[in-house]
Write a new protein. Structure first.
Length: 493
C-alpha cells in the first residue's frame, strides 16, 4: 500500500530536441511524442518540461528512472514520473516481499509494512503466535489478542496443598507432587508440556523400617534419571530430614535419613528443605536446623544412596537464622539465596570436589529472594525493601558474575518463583490481582506479562520449564486445592 510519494524535484522549462511538439502535455522525451510529432524538431513542447536528455543534475529533473538518486536502496525505490508541471523523481518505500505494502523503513517516505522481507507480515495480516507483530499494529501475540495456551488443570480438591514441580528434561514431562487431605497422603503425577496427564496421581510410599512416613514439608528436583525428594517428619521426640528418589512411574527408592535433630518433640527442628542435583551421582540439600527462634541454614552434600555414603549433620552456612532459603545447581556450582538481617543475600560455591568451596557472595538488594536456573546461569528476583518499592530481577552467570539487572518488575507484586524460559526467564508474581507471570528476556528487558489466576487467596507457587517446551506453574488457590497450567515457549503456542 502506498502511503505517499516524495517528489525530489520537477523538470525545468526547456526546448525539446527530439520531437516537433509534445502535444500530449507530457515531458518531451523519446516515448511521449504527440500525434503527428516529428523527430528531430527543436520546437518547444507545450508542457513546462526540461530537456528530455537532461539528467537530475541538482534540480530533480529526470527523463528516466536512472536519472534519480536513491537515498536508501535497501528500503526505498525511486522512479521518474509525470507530475504537475513536468517530470520528477519520486521516492517510495520498497516492496521487496511483493505483498502490496511499502516498507516502513524508508525514512524519506515510510510506508506501513513493518517487515518488508516477509510476505506474511503487513497491515491486516493474521496475527500468529511467533513473537512477531504480524499485522504491524505495534503489538504481538498475547498483547494482540491471542490466548494463553492450555487451561487451568485442578489436580486436587479441598485441603490439598503444598505443590512442587520439576521438569524431567529427557522425559519431556513435569513431575508434580502435593499433599492430600491435610497430609495424610503424599501424591505424585506426571503431566506433559501440553497439560495432558501421563501418570495419574499415585501415592508416594516412603517408609522407614517398614513403617510409612508422611512429610510435613518436602522439596523436589529432577536428577537426570529420577526425581529427588527431600522431606521432613516430626516423629515422637524429634525432627528428621529424609531423602528418597522417584522413578517416572512413582516408584520410590529406599528412604535414607539425612539428619535427625531435636528431642523435645514439640516443634519441628528441621524445616524448609531444598534439594539440587549438583553432578551425576551427587545431591545437595539445604535446610533450617535448630530451635524455632535460632534456626541455622545448614547444607549437606551427599552421593546417591546406593553408594552407601556416610551421612552427617551438615555444614552450617551462618550463625543467624536465614528464612526462605532457596537452592539450585547451575553448571558445577551450587547457588543458595536467603534473607539475612532483613536483606536479600546469596552465595555461589563450586561443587567440583563434592563439597562446596568458600562461597562467593551475591550483590543483591531488597528482601525475600527467589531464584531459578537459566541456560548458562541463574536468575534472582527480590521483593522491594519496603512495601512502596517495586520488586527487582537480576541475571547472573554460572560463577555468580552479574550479567544484567536489576530491572524493576510490577509494583505492588512479590516474586514467588523463577524458572528458565525460551527467551530468558519467567517470574511468577503474587499481587492483589492474583497470580501473574512476567517474562524477563536474556538482557533483562521485560517481555510479555499475563495473568494465570485472579483468585485473591493464592499461595505455594512454583514454576518450572525448559527452553524448547515452555513452562508450567503449580499453585494453591484457597479452598479449590492444587492447580496446574502449562504454556508453550511463546505462551500462546
Amino acid at each position: 500500500m502506498v502511503l505517499g510519494l516524495a517528489v525530489i524535484g520537477l523538470t525545468h522549462a526547456g526546448a525539446c530536441t527530439k520531437f516537433k511538439a509534445c502535444v500530449d502535455g507530457r515531458t518531451c522525451d523519446d516515448v511521449s511524442a504527440g500525434a503527428g510529432g516529428e523527430a528531430g524538431s527543436s520546437e518547444a513542447g507545450t508542457s513546462e518540461a526540461g530537456s528530455s536528455e537532461a539528467g537530475a543534475a541538482g534540480d530533480g529533473a529526470c527523463v528516466r528512472d536512472s536519472d534519480c538518486v536513491n537515498p536508501d536502496p535497501a528500503n526505498c525505490v525511486v522512479s521518474c514520473r509525470e507530475r504537475a508541471g513536468g517530470a520528477a523523481c519520486v521516492i517510495e518505500g520498497a516492496d521487496v516481499d511483493k505483498d502490496g505494502f511499502r516498507s516502513a523503513s524508508c525514512e524519506a517516505m515510510p510506508g506501513d509494512d513493518c517487515d518488508d522481507s516477509e510476505q506474511g507480515i503487513h497491515p491486516g495480516a493474521t496475527e500468529v503466535c511467533d513473537r512477531v507483530d504480524n499485522d504491524c499494529d505495534g503489538k504481538a501475540d498475547l498483547q494482540d489478542g491471542l490466548s494463553l495456551t492450555g487451561s487451568d488443570l485442578e489436580l486436587g480438591g479441598h485441603a490439598d496443598a503444598y505443590p512442587q514441580i520439576a521438569w524431567a528434561t529427557n522425559q519431556s514431562v513435569y513431575g508434580v507432587s502435593f499433599l492430600e487431605c491435610m497430609g495424610t497422603r503424599w501424591l505424585f503425577e506426571t503431566i506433559d508440556a501440553k497439560g495432558h496427564v501421563q501418570l495419574s496421581p499415585k501415592s508416594i510410599v516412603a517408609s522407614v523400617s517398614g513403617v510409612a512416613v508422611h512429610p510435613d514439608e518436602f522439596a523436589m528436583t529432577w536428577g537426570g534419571d529420577t526425581f529427588g525428594m527431600a522431606f521432613t517428619t516430626t516423629p515422637a521426640g524429634g525432627s528428621s530430614l529424609w531423602f528418597v528418589t522417584l522413578a517416572n512411574d512413582g516408584t520410590a527408592s529406599q528412604t535414607v535419613p539425612i539428619a535427625i535433630l531435636g528431642t523435645d518433640g514439640q516443634t519441628p527442628a528441621i524445616v524448609q528443605p531444598q534439594i539440587s542435583r549438583t553432578a551425576p551421582g551427587l545431591w545437595s540439600l539445604t535446610y533450617q536446623a535448630g530451635a524455632p527462634m535460632s534456626r541455622i541454614l545448614t547444607e549437606r552434600t551427599f552421593n546417591d544412596p546406593a553408594a552407601n555414603e556416610p551421612y552427617d549433620a551438615g555444614t552450617p552456612l551462618g550463625s543467624t537464622p536465614y528464612p526462605d532459603a532457596r537452592q539450585i545447581a547451575t553448571g558445577t556450582n551450587l547457588v543458595t539465596t536467603f534473607e539475612s538481617g532483613g536483606k536479600a543475600a546469596g552465595t555461589v560455591a563450586s561443587t567440583k570436589t563434592g563439597s562446596p568451596s568458600a562461597p562467593l557472595m551475591l550483590a543483591l538488594s531488597g528482601r525475600q529472594p527467589v531464584l531459578g536456573a537459566g541456560v548458562s546461569g541463574f536468575g534472582v528476583a527480590v521483593s522491594g525493601a519496603t512495601a512502596a518499592d517495586a520488586p527487582e530481577f537480576y541475571a547472573f552467570s554460572d560463577t555468580g558474575a552479574l550479567m544484567c539487572g536489576p530491572v524493576k518488575l510490577a509494583a505492588g507484586s512479590s516474586p514467588a518463583s523463577v524458572a528458565v524460559s525460551s527467551q530468558g526467564y519467567v517470574v511468577a508474581l503474587l499481587s492483589a490481582v492474583g497470580l501473574t507471570v512476567q517474562e524477563v528476556l536474556a538482557d533483562c528487558s521485560l517481555g510479555q506479562r499475563f495473568t494465570i489466576d485472579s483468585s485473591p487467596t493464592i499461595s505455594n507457587v512454583f514454576v518450572a520449564g525448559s527452553v524448547a517446551k515452555g513452562d508450567a506453574v503449580v499453585w494453591t488457590a484457597g479452598d479449590s486445592g492444587v492447580h496446574f497450567r502449562a504454556f508453550g515457549p511463546n505462551f500462546c503456542d
